[in-house]
Design a binder for this molecule. Structure first.
Ligand code: MTE
Length: 319
């Protein structure tokens, strides 16, 4: 069982790096012109407001990301009552019911491995690393259903840069929280726990890879991976690991849960690819939750900006 430690330094005492870098620029520009306007305000007051991460709390979203799709957002009820979160049962409506009392505070994420500055972050500290953005992403499950969600977070690259990856680091391994006591349904899941996932370092550094704290303007509901998860919109949903507790930079391709469970059906890359069918069903079309007819699935789920990450690779072999 993983032991969560409360952060020794309160997040509110730490000035996030993005803020003081921006603040220096801001102060340099502002000093000559608007010094008067700053009078009486402490630096702390200029800081991004500290956000307490409790279920259902509203998040201060700084901006809507340019990565957002303009497609219609899927109704909240569909996104929160049709989930895969095997720790809380295999039925689509199980997680909403069975994760109700999941304890997600206090929470910490250990980031280490081949990095110069390993650190354990409280989730509040993580949220201070950069302004939160709203990113409306398409999210496509390997089971051929999809959703469009206004996620809230920032690029995982912000966190990875913070811990200073070493040259030897080639992959990123992720691990979810697991506690048999809180997750008794997991024993019927048919997959190994804790749930683990992995990315190549260049995939993890791609700005689309989202470290996600919320959706629809609020903190993540438990069934959607509270309090912090990954969202990788160009990959099948199972790569988007929920309720993260560990991130480790490594030199070899790390094991991934669904590949361990069934390697002929689930590969390491798992890029959305309408031309490569799952052995038991077609991937050419998908059903958007809340809609009746099916639509064509797009290569990389429509996120062509990641294509260069895979140039020269045979994506039928590296599925
Ligand atoms: N993360 C953990 N820890 N456990 C899981 O069972 N399921 C994955 C992924 N992340 C899963 C997980 C799968 S199969 C999918 S499709 C997505 O979460 C579903 O995310 P959603 O329920 O927010 O739509």
């Amino acid at each position: 069982m993983l032991i969560k430690k409360a952060a020794e330094i309160r997040g509110s005492e730490i000035t996030p790096k993005w803020l003081y870098v921006n603040r220096r620029k801001f102060l340099a520009g502002a000093l000559g012109v608007t010094a008067g306007a700053l009078a009486g305000r402490t630096l702390k007051e200029l800081a991004w407001p500290m956000q307490k991460v409790v279920a259902g709390s509203k998040l201060n979203v700084a901006q809507k990301s340019a990565f957002s799709t303009s497609e219609a957002v899927t109704p909240y009820d569909n996104v929160t009552h049709y989930n895969n979160f095997y720790e809380f049962g295999v039925g689509k409506e199980d997680p909403a019911e069975k994760a109700k009392n999941f304890r997600t505070s206090p929470w910490s994420v250990k980031v280490g491995g081949l990095v110069d500055k390993p650190r354990t972050f409280s989730v509040e500290d993580l949220m201070q690393l950069a302004p939160l953005e709203e990113r409306i992403y398409r999210h496509r499950c390997v089971e051929a259903w999809s959703i469009v969600v206004p996620w809230v977070g920032f690029s995982l690259s912000v966190l990875l840069k913070e811990v200073a990856p070493q040259a030897k680091a080639k992959f990123v391994a992720f691990e979810s929280f697991y506690d048999r006591g809180q997750m008794p349904e997991a024993r019927y899941g048919g997959i190994p726990f804790p749930y683990v996932e992995g990315l190549r370092l260049d995939e993890a550094m791609h700005p689309l890879a989202l470290l996600c704290f919320g959706m629809y303007g609020q903190t993540l509901p438990n069934q959607d991976g509270a309090p912090v998860r990954m969202v990788l919109p160009w990959k099948y949903g199972f790569k988007s690991i929920k309720s993260l507790v560990k991130i480790k930079l490594v030199d070899k391709q790390p094991p991934t849960t669904w590949n361990m469970a069934n390697s002929s059906e689930f590969g390491f890359y798992s890029n959305v690819n309408p031309a490569v069918d799952h052995p038991r069903w077609s991937q050419a079309k998908e059903r958007r939750l809340g809609e009746f007819s099916r639509r064509s699935t797009l290569m990389f789920n429509g996120y062509d900006q990641v294509a260069s990450l895979y140039s020269g690779m045979d994506l039928r072999k590296n599925f």
